[in-house]
Each structure stands twice: as structure tokens, then as C-alpha cells.
Design a protein around this ligand. Sequence first.
Ligand code: NDP
Length: 269
Amino acid sequence: MPRYAVFGQPIAHSQSPRIHAMFGAQLGIAVDYRAIEAGHGGFTHALDAFARDGGVGANVTLPLKADAFALCATRSDRAQRCGSVNTLVRDGDDWRGDSTDGIGFLRDLERLGFDACGRRVLLLGAGGAARAVAFALADAGARELMIVNRTRERTTELARALRFDGAFGCELAQVGTLDGRYDLVVNATSAGHDGEAFALPPRLLERDALGYDLSYGRAAQSFLAWAREAGAKTASDGLGMLVEQAAESFAIWHGRRPDTGAILAALRD
Ligand code: NDP
């Protein structure tokens, strides 16, 4: 039976094995998908062992998306553009890389009834997930994209890579100087995982704004509390995106797309 897995560190908390099992059950496809712990040092070795053992597809999560990008022999256009890979497909003796984070994010915005076209967006973070989200938002026709990150150089580099006149960069320490009124504020940092909340000013949001955190559970709590306090009409965690990006990976591997609404509802329960 072909095998699938998610690699990352830490990985014990990952919902991906459960989500893929639910997709398989829904569509009547037998799925062998497990979580494999690997960090920067052991990833290549662990992936080789996985392939020898029948591994034909994998997801990668923190901190491995750049490592996965580097080891792929070929990559999809969207992975190439955003410089990040979260989905691997066995192709002969090589791996082909894809990135489903951007499309997963846009599908979840759609579920929330938010159209990014013509909107002003503030994006916190400039790592792998933020890059995928930034390209997806530019493609969706966002009017302005302000990229705010702890490390300033990464904001400038990402704003340039987007080749989009409405993209700007700002260091996180300067976020208080922004004149605000964004329609969408996205937290794509991993700060919440270490309980490292950072301060955001109260007046960043338009009246009908959406505050969206890519993480979920405890890691999202601090940002979502800020968004509600700052007057967001909707504050959402990234569980919907997690299901949508997983559905896209599932469709790449199995050729069929699950009904994500039912799975998200079951996970929320
Ligand atoms: P990366 O490691 O590639 O990037 C991490 C980002 O967080 C960088 O911009 C980094 O800034 C910033 N950061 C880390 N710690 C802090 C801190 N203490 N204060 C401020 N900024 C900080 O991670 P990913 O891009 O892969 O993931 C980011 C988040 O998105 C994670 O929470 C992950 O779980 C979530 N995610 C959710 C998905 C979903 O489907 N819901 C899919 C993919 C990711 P700097 O550049 O300065 O280091």
C-alpha cells in the first residue's frame, strides 16, 4: 500500500494524519498517512528511508519547508514562485514539490465570505507560509499588501519578489507607526507556538475587518484576542486553511477532492 506522511518538528500535535484519514473514509480510499518527527539535521535521511519503505507522498511543516524546496528535482510554478514546498510527490527516484498553503488560505477566506480583491491587507510574518499567502493575495487582486516582520530584510525581499506595486515592507518594531485601517490582518508568524505574543496597536482595522491567524489552538489565542479587542467583525484561526491545504494535497496524490466543510465541522466538534 502506498504510504504518505507529514514531516516536521515538533510533529506529535499535528492534525494532518487525522484529517487525511477522514478524507480517505469520506471518499472510500484506503490511506496510510502518519506523522514522522524530523528537524533540519535528519530530514533528508528520514525522507530517503520513507521512500525506500513505500513512501510516495508527503507534507512538510515547520521547520522544513525551505529544506523540502531545496531537495526537490522539480517544482510546481506556485512552489517555485513562493520559494516554499509543503507537498512532495514521488516522481521516479526524485521528489516533485508543490505548495498548497496559498490556495488553502484563499479557499478558507472564501468560506468566511471575504473577497481579498481591492482590499488593504497587513501580513505579519515573512516565512514560508507568509510567502505563500502573500503571492495568493497578490493573485487575488489585493489593493495593498503591507508585510510586517521581525527581521526587516525579509520584508523587503518578499515585497520585491512579489513584483506588485501595492506591496510594502515594515519592521515589526515599527508597526505602531502604520496609519492603519486594514480590511484584513493576517498573522503568519510562528510566535504563538512559543507563547511569544507581540504587541499590536489597537487602531489597525477597518470596521468590517477580518483578523486571521494561520495557527490554531493555543498558539492563535493571543492574536485572536487582539483582533476581537481591536473591533474585527470576524476573527478566525487557521484550522480551515489547514483542512483546505490538506484537501489540495490529497487531490494531488489521489486525484479526488474531499468535501472540506464536513471535515472542518467534525474537527471543530
Ligand atoms: P517560518 O519558520 O518559515 O516563519 C516564521 C515567521 O514567524 C517568520 O516571519 C519569523 O520572523 C516569525 N516569528 C517567529 N517568532 C517570532 C516572534 N517571537 N516574534 C515575531 N515574529 C516571529 O514558519 P512558517 O511560515 O512555516 O509558519 C508560520 C505559521 O503559520 C506557524 O504558526 C504555522 O503553524 C502556521 N501555518 C499554518 C498553516 C495552516 O494550514 N493553517 C499552514 C502553514 C503554516 P523572522 O523572519 O524575524 O524570523
